[in-house]
Design a protein around this ligand. Structure first.
Ligand code: DON
Length: 559
């Protein structure tokens, strides 16, 4: 009887070892928004690749299977912590082309030309992804570069099964932009939309990836691909030239380091604002009395919103590309003293008022993607990259088969003008040739006793910083399991507009009323964040991965 019961229980645990909520593994884990890409990464780990190898392979695979955000035509950031606890980061953010100017989106009266900085050929920044992945691999990879790019070449040229997550946008592009690059993007060789369940091949993308496989960095930034990018730009009024591409370099940067109680937080320095704002908010939370701040209570939401308000005000005022802003007060913003000052401003009974001369923009959707990786030796990679909007600029060359970003929209478009309609005009993030635009991406690794403890990140524009912040807090302060930490209620406040955005159906009506009575304005969203995380139990060598349920095709893949 006992044996039968044991067999029965064992079979249940086999069936559920890859539950949707979380996956446990001892040898390696990749959590991404595409199950195919996660499996590609895990295959690389199984072949003896390390976390950086798996990250490179996953990133290229996502460029094929998750084209709304996975990319070779965009940029992003990687945080890498090795098993000894050493941390570094790679900045492969897009750059403004050499011909860019700080009035390039303005008409003769100095007004912003509608959509020019978001949906025009001039919105494309010099892509950084291939350079970043190549540089990280050169320094820390162990398998051959070609072996890491090959799975993506195969996925593009041999194809994979069209799914419903891709088919929705495929239909919309066909309907709204027929006879355009995106209108034909999901079509077969006869020009018909590939249907769910059918094999979708992307032969031009396969050829571009093959050039990258064979020639590495130069396969994209020099030679045939670069020539085709430059001639596409010239023909269509874009600014990027062969010289821009040849000059692009990814940068290895020191990570930002903060602490929260016994934990160390490593995140991305500028040109992302993510790490600064995350650490600033965690410093503020460290001063809070959690006897008073029960998770999801009125006081909790109020305090968290006030922390966000302050971090976002500092972000708008101070942050931009460090290579163009040598005076940025990053150390001051990260200091415990700064948090104490900010803490002193918070009234636990009343909402503060944001100065309405500044305002920010909120994003939705699938335009950025994050994945987290761990290998069997305990090396960890946290990588977020983006095209900015979903499917970026929605522009690309049929010959090359990939989509260009519209990242120039992350610059402050009108010098000195900050409006209530979504523009910031502060100096640190104005357009200059070769400057990197300010980002909110927040790939993060939290360490405990010098070992990776939490690998986390998310898409979502400015909401990224806040969803990562709350997930980190949920694990570190409220000791939630990773899948719970990802799924539970989150809010977003970004200084301006002065309002709390909350996840619909997840904040009680009573709490909302109480917050309104304190002076907060509230509005709802269906979901915030698409978090992909791993929590590592170093003592027992167990990785627990979870992919946000709001990601249609996501998977925590482990072995
Ligand atoms: O770098 C940034 O902060 C933005 N370009 C990210 C855009 C984004 O996350 C949109 N996402 N869902």
């Amino acid at each position: 009887m006992k044996t039968k019961l044991t067999i029965f229980l064992a079979s249940i645990s086999i069936v559920f070892s890859h539950s949707i909520a979380q996956t446990k593994a001892k040898n390696g884990m990749v959590v991404s928004t595409s199950s195919i890409a996660s499996d590609v990464g895990v295959d690389i780990l199984k072949k003896g690749g390390n976390a950086v190898d798996a990250a490179v392979a996953t990133a290229f695979a996502l460029a094929v299977t998750h084209p709304s955000a996975g990319n070779i035509g965009g940029g992003g950031f990687m945080v890498f912590m090795n098993a000894e606890g050493n941390v570094t980061t790679f900045d492969f953010r897009e750059k403004a082309p050499l011909k860019a100017t700080n009035d390039m989106y303005l008409d003769e009266e100095g007004n912003l030309i509608r959509n020019e900085n978001h949906l025009s050929i001039k919105a494309i920044g010099v892509p950084g992804t291939v350079a970043g992945l190549y540089k990280a691999h050169q320094k820390y990879g162990s398998l051959s570069w070609a072996d890491l790019v090959q799975p993506a070449v195969d996925l593009a040229s041999k194809g994979f099964t069209m799914n419903w997550t891709l088919y929705g946008p495929a239909e919309r592009f066909r309907e709204r932009q027929p006879d355009s690059f995106m209108g034909d993007y999901f079509a077969d060789s006869q020009g018909e939309l590939v249907q769910p369940g059918e094999t979708w091949t992307q032969s031009a993308l396969g050829q571009t990836l093959a050039a990258i496989r064979d020639k590495g960095h130069d396969g994209f930034y020099k030679g045939d691909v670069a020539k085709k990018i430059a001639s596409y730009m010239k023909k269509n009024g874009g600014l990027i030239t062969k010289q821009d591409l040849a000059k692009y370099e990814a940068i290895e940067r020191e990570p930002l380091k903060g602490t929260y109680k016994d934990y160390e937080i490593y995140s991305m320095p500028p040109p992302s604002s993510g790490g600064v704002a995350l650490i600033e908010m965690m410093n503020l939370m460290e001063l809070a009395d959690f006897e008073e701040l029960e998770f999801n209570s009125t006081k909790y939401v109020h305090f968290v919103a006030e922390a966000m308000r302050r971090a976002f005000a500092d972000r708008a005022e101070h942050l931009g590309d460090p290579d163009f802003n040598p005076e940025m007060p990053v150390n001051r913003l990260l200091s415990k003293d700064h948090a104490k000052n900010r803490f002193g401003e918070i009234d636990m009974q009343r909402a503060s008022i944001s100065d309405s001369s500044r305002f920010g923009q909120l994003y939705d959707g699938n335009s950025t993607t994050h994945f987290s990786v761990m290998d069997k030796n305990g090396n960890a990679v946290s990588l977020t990259y983006t095209l900015e909007y979903g499917y970026g600029s929605r522009l690309g060359s049929e010959e090359l088969g990939f989509i260009f970003n519209n990242e120039m929209g992350d610059f402050n478009p009108v010098p000195g003008v900050t409006t209530s309609r979504g523009q910031i005009g502060t100096k640190p993030n104005l357009i200059e040739p070769e400057k990197r635009m300010l980002s909110s991406m927040t790939p993060t690794i939290v360490a405990k006793d010098g070992k990776p403890y939490l690998v986390i990140g998310s898409p979502g524009g400015r909401t990224i910083i806040n969803t990562v912040f709350q997930t980190v807090l949920n694990v570190l302060e409220f000791d939630m399991e990773i899948h719970r930490a990802i799924e539970v209620m989150k809010i977003h406040h970004q200084w301006l507009p002065d309002r709390i955005i909350y996840e619909r159906d997840m904040l009680s009506p009573d709490t909302r009323k109480a917050l309104e009575a304190m002076g907060h304005t509230l509005s709802d969203r269906s979901r915030l964040g698409v978090l992909m995380g791993i929590r590592y139990d170093a003592e027992n060598g167990i990785m627990v991965g979870a992919s946000d349920s709001s990601s249609g095709e996501g998977k925590a893949s482990g072995y």
